[in-house]
Design a binder for this molecule. Sequence first.
Ligand SMILES: [Zn+2]
Length: 488
Amino acid sequence: MTFDLLITNATVLDGTGQDPFQATVGIQNDIITLIDRQQENQYEAARTIDATGLTLTPGFIDAHAHGEPLAEPEFHNFLAMGVTTICLGQDGFSPDQEDVRGWMDEVDAVKPGVNIILFAGHNTLRMLSGAKYDPVPSEAHYLKMEELLADAMQAGCFGLTTGLEYNPGYYAGSAELNRLAKAVGKHKGMLMSHMRSESDDAIAAAIDELLEQGNYCPVQVSHIKVVYGKGRQRGEEILEQLRRARARGIQVTADFYPYTASYTSIEILFPEWAKKPFDYAEVVRTRGEELREFLKEKILFRNGPEATQIGSGPFKGKKLSQIAEALHKPFELVLLEDIGPYGAFGAYFIMDEELQETLLLDPYTMICTDGSPTMNHPRSFGAFARVLETFVKQRQLLPLQEAVRKMTGLTAETIGLADRGFVKEGYKADLLLFDQQEIKATATYEEARQLATGFRYIILNGQLVKEQDQISPGRSGSMLRKAYAPSA
Ligand SMILES: [Zn+2]
């Protein structure tokens, strides 16, 4: 038997969370065809890597990511932190076109730098169906949304996402979400949700709303966090709410990024009545004072202008307090006059470390970046490396095999990705080789766009795409389609 690639003397963490074992791993084409724990056997191979001292794991799977594979197919920021597969279509937004198959074929044609998984986005379906900003869709709109969803699932999407803090998802009530969850269940998909609220005072109700959808299909809390909440106890309360749901048969999981600042459009600070479809200039003219008061209270509630750091546009890298000082005006007027609801993205330091750690350690929590190749937040370049560096190595809160499970097997099983996420014979050869001591997340809030370092070898679909510090210019990712198998 001759292998294309043979990895000898590897310490394997297979993605299940089990203890490591020593093995020789052989790859033919894009498949793992040998895992031999008897190390004395000799094999022929076109290339052999001696992995003495290195850990071999499945390639990491990012449960919640952003990016435009057709515009920027490289995804080096993901590869450099060990991510070989990313889940797109998040927060309710998928490619803005009815022809999902066509989009998938185009992605294959450009050959992305990582594997791409797609979810259909509820906000996008709402726009395409014509329901748009209507609080209650008509029956015709419902039927159209269901048709679009069915088509997306048949094309190979893994489920539906919602983004209920964004327009027009904001307008959808529970009846609509339950009806769509039923359709997701029928197509054997899952539903991931950027919930209606992540604020301490409203998150329990938001989770209950999602759990109701969990009666019809598996559900996932996207980028789980409690904004303004504090302490381990509060984290435990949230986890307890999820555990109780599990005890009554609901499949619920969560994804998580290891930073205490969120990052999103500055529109999150503005009231509904100042955002699309309303005309912002008109709102400023007629309700300017009210808007100014709203923004001031909102920022003060969100830990003040020092806790908001602008991440794009002309004020990139500056805190709202610094911009206010430079422009000699109150911070709320900077938002109202100089930035506006669509003028920038921002990082918001609104989370508590102890609380977030509690959420991370739960066995049903998997890792995501919620990042993209262009997003100016360290999570885009560092999330997976930071979990290994900070939570496994430095603070020893997570055993390495458990961290790896949260980045691989747990995610694959949860989303229904059949042939990846584990080091197993017959599985696709997405593999990482690294020394845990060497992994570093170098991205910071000030300098977000810095590649993580330390992964020695990265294998994607059987191809060596990273060797030492060199990411190969040829891309080896592909569009991953879920086999369509609806409920009877
Ligand atoms: Zn989100």
